[in-house]
Design a protein around this ligand. Structure first.
Ligand code: SAH
Ligand code: SF4
Length: 392
């Protein structure tokens, strides 16, 4: 490929392994793991049991070395180690904010990089996971949206982010220890880089592992997927994942939403609300979170608040107000605290919870919408410079 070749957006063809390299067992569904074990010599009759055993070692106990899988015969462990690996994204940098928020930059196959953010809270902690390198969408207030999509993450790279964070938090239980109920990493939000519903299968497979009772063991109520509004995939999310849903709503008229969240031109507010109405029932989840970024003078009037209340009528909802997080060159300003409080008040009085999200990790550019990897940018501009100079 020449240096000036377009960045690939063909997102479903990423191989799970290098042509002749070992196969990574991380991120495979149980069914797929069974198939690859059989393909590489595990007797068919034993395969299901072996999947269960290996699965628990990998996801429940955090083991990376086949040698440590002591309930498997020694010869079998050697055989596994010859064909398979247990591989996670590689941590490049780790930053810790004044408020305890941690941001990791990890490297994945192809030299790409994505960011993961861990937000500690009282008695719990939330991991903000990325689903794509960059994003194909171009929401005008979002830093990630200014970065071109390079590719979708594989299921291994998505669940691998959770495993990397558990490594850093030293949160793998002692082998054989009883289930520990208090977790440093107790919640996952798919609110990092990328649009998760444009990478549906990989996100689904990774979240299945996160929810598996023999896997990472998080309840589906502790996993929230945030979408900008990919309407055709919302029903599927309810049926095939069943996690909590958050929607980047951000505006109360199509005119404004078209500008802020351009996917609105494809599926407008009405189409989005229609899809949301059936979500709680089908997924058996409670409320939908409406995310609403507060942009000074753009979407933050009392009239907007009242219109929002009218629009969402009948949908079990919570409205999460997000003070806009600025980034270099951003075309918006954050609404004042008084404005945000007045807006919240109208929604609250209409009977909806309207928490104002406290920005976390701003000093390390880890807050919502600030993620974008500097190295990715640097590499891109070097590429562009080379292309311009005719160096291919
Ligand atoms: N692509 C998905 C998930 C990632 S964005 C989505 O758009 O929903 C996670 C949340 O952060 C979204 O609600 C997004 O709209 C919001 N966000 C993006 N940029 C922001 C910024 N600069 N300040 C505050 N919130 C922002
Ligand atoms: Fe993509 Fe979400 Fe950012 Fe929009 S807000 S550009 S969908 S990451």
């Amino acid at each position: 490929m020449s240096a000036s070749a377009p960045i690939t957006q063909d997102v479903h063809t990423i191989p799970r392994k290098l042509p002749d390299g070992p196969i990574n067992l991380v991120g495979l569904t149980r069914a797929r793991m069974r198939e690859v074990l059989i393909e590489h010599g595990t007797p068919e009759k034993q395969a299901k049991m072996r999947v269960g055993q290996i699965w628990q070692w990998i996801y429940q106990w955090g083991v990376r070395d086949f040698e440590a899988m002591t309930n498997l015969a020694k010869a079998y462990r050697v055989q596994l180690a010859q064909t398979f690996v247990i591989e996670l994204p590689q941590v490049v940098t780790r930053q810790v904010s004044e408020d305890g928020t941690r941001k990791y930059l990890v490297r994945i196959a192809g030299g790409h990089e994505v960011e993961i953010v861990y937000i500690p809270e009282e008695g719990r902690g939330t991991l903000c996971v990325s689903s794509q390198v960059g994003c194909t969408l171009t929401c005008s207030f979002c830093h990630t949206g200014t970065q071109k999509l390079v590719r979708n993450l594989t299921a291994a790279e998505i669940i691998g982010q959770v495993m990397v964070a558990r490594d850093d938090l030293e949160e793998w239980p002692e082998i054989g220890a009883p289930k520990d109920e208090t977790r440093l990493l107790s919640n996952i939000v798919l609110m990092g880089m990328g649009e998760p519903l444009y990478n549906f299968e990989n996100v689904r497979d990774a979240m299945k592992i996160a929810m598996d009772p023999e896997g990472i063991q998080l309840s589906r109520r502790r996993i929230t997927l945030s979408t900008s509004g990919v309407v055709p995939e919302i029903a599927r999310t309810a049926q095939e994942i069943g996690c909590q849903l958050a929607v980047s709503f951000h505006a109360t008229t199509d005119e404004v939403r078209d500008k802020l969240v351009p996917i609105n031109k494809k599926w407008n507010i009405e189409a989005l609300l229609d899809a949301l109405r059936s979500y709680p029932k089908v997924s058996n989840s409670e409320r939908i979170t409406f995310e609403y970024v507060m942009l000074n003078g753009v979407n933050d009037s009392d009239e907007d608040a009242r219109r929002l209340v009218r629009l969402i009528e009948g949908i079990p909802a919570k409205i999460n107000l997000i003070p806009f997080n600025e980034w270099p060159g951003a075309p918006y300003k954050r609404s004042s605290n008084n404005r945000i409080r007045a807006f919240a008040d109208i929604i609250y009085k209409a009977g909806y919870a309207s928490p104002i999200r406290t920005p976390r990790g701003e000093d390390i550019m880890a807050a919502c919408g600030q993620l974008k990897s500097a190295t990715e940018r640097a590499r891109k501009s070097r590429k562009e410079i080379n292309a311009e100079a005719g160096l291919t």
